[in-house]
Design a protein around this ligand. Structure first.
Ligand SMILES: NC(=O)c1ccc[n+]([C@@H]2O[C@H](COP(=O)([O-])OP(=O)(O)OC[C@H]3O[C@@H](n4cnc5c(N)ncnc54)[C@H](OP(=O)(O)O)[C@@H]3O)[C@@H](O)[C@H]2O)c1
Length: 255
């Protein structure tokens, strides 16, 4: 791969998936990034295929491969949208290689907080269950509503996703729940409901159900590219940071 001076070499992990191919398609909008490696799962028939072609864009000369360790050599940024079972190994590999990581994979296991904390002492690390601008704003609105409405308002979160989604509730729903608790207090109760089916990209609705009135806040993603563009934008920001743990709100300059 030839790399133009000053461009950040990017590794996409989960490159053959829904998000991976979406990232590949919007990558040309980020001339400061140069695709360095496209990592797929070991058992895939896609291995060896041109990652751009697979995503439906022009061939880019970067073939889908396994072997994250070697791929991280010389890389400046990694984006992970794959499966939660691989997250521990991915985070450790990026920390060892000194490569900033945006971890977009959701459904992370209970072992992950300690692993993420350790890695953040070595690399800039952004963990984001949702990299859309709308959801970043929604989190703020939820926190504000939860703080302003009294305890007689019950908080319920409903989310709908495509039939292929593995985790439930969605990482975004859990992040919105965390925002509600940040506003209301850690001992408050939040209920979750999940629907799965069809090709729904992602819908989240937060209900504040009170006596005689009801407030609803909602977000719908109609195109996966909103997550992909947000991720690449966040990645460009992340490479300029020192080691530490970051959130989308940091990227957007919010507290
Ligand atoms: N942060 C956000 O904004 C955001 C937005 C959308 C989705 N997500 C999350 O991102 C993740 C991926 O979502 P998706 O819809 O793109 O899923 P997907 O279409 O199933 O793609 C995941 C890809 O990762 C591959 N994979 C599995 N193990 C791997 C490994 N060890 N190394 C590299 N690749 C591996 C899978 O290959 P196989 O098919 O061969 O197993 C698959 O191609 C999910 O956790 C989802 O919740 C986050």
């Amino acid at each position: 791969v030839t790399v133009a001076a000053g461009r950040t070499r990017l590794v996409i992990i989960g490159a053959a998936g829904r998000m991976g191919t979406s990232l590949m398609r919007v990558l040309e909008q980020f001339p400061q990034l140069q695709l360095h490696a496209a990592i797929a799962a070991g058992a895939r028939a896609v291995l060896g295929r041109d990652s751009g072609e697979l995503a439906g864009t022009a061939p880019n000369g970067v073939r889908l491969s396994t072997g994250l360790g070697p791929a991280l050599r010389g890389a400046g940024l990694a984006l992970d949208y794959s499966v939660a079972t691989a997250s521990a190994a991915t985070v450790r590999a990026c920390a060892t290689a000194g490569v900033p990581l945006l971890l977009g994979t959701t459904g992370l296991g209970p072992e992950m907080p300690a692993i993420l904390e350790a890695a953040a002492t070595q690399i800039p690390l952004l963990v984001a269950a949702n990299t859309s601008l709308g959801v970043a704003v929604l989190q703020e609105l939820v926190q504000q509503a939860a703080a302003s409405l009294g305890e007689d308002f019950d908080i319920q979160i409903q989310e709908t996703h495509h039939r292929g989604k593995l985790d439930s509730p969605s990482g975004t729903a859990l992040a919105l729940g965390a925002a509600a608790l940040a506003g209301r207090g850690p001992t408050a109760a939040v209920g979750y409901a999940s629907l799965r089916g069809g090709d729904v990209v992602g819908e989240h609705e937060i209900h504040f159900l009170g006596p005689g009135e009801r407030l609803r806040l909602a977000h719908s993603a109609t195109d996966r590219s909103v997550f992909a563009r947000g991720a690449l934008r966040a990645g460009c920001w992340l490479v300029r940071q020192g080691p530490g743990r970051y959130r989308m709100a940091d990227v957007l300059g919010k507290k």
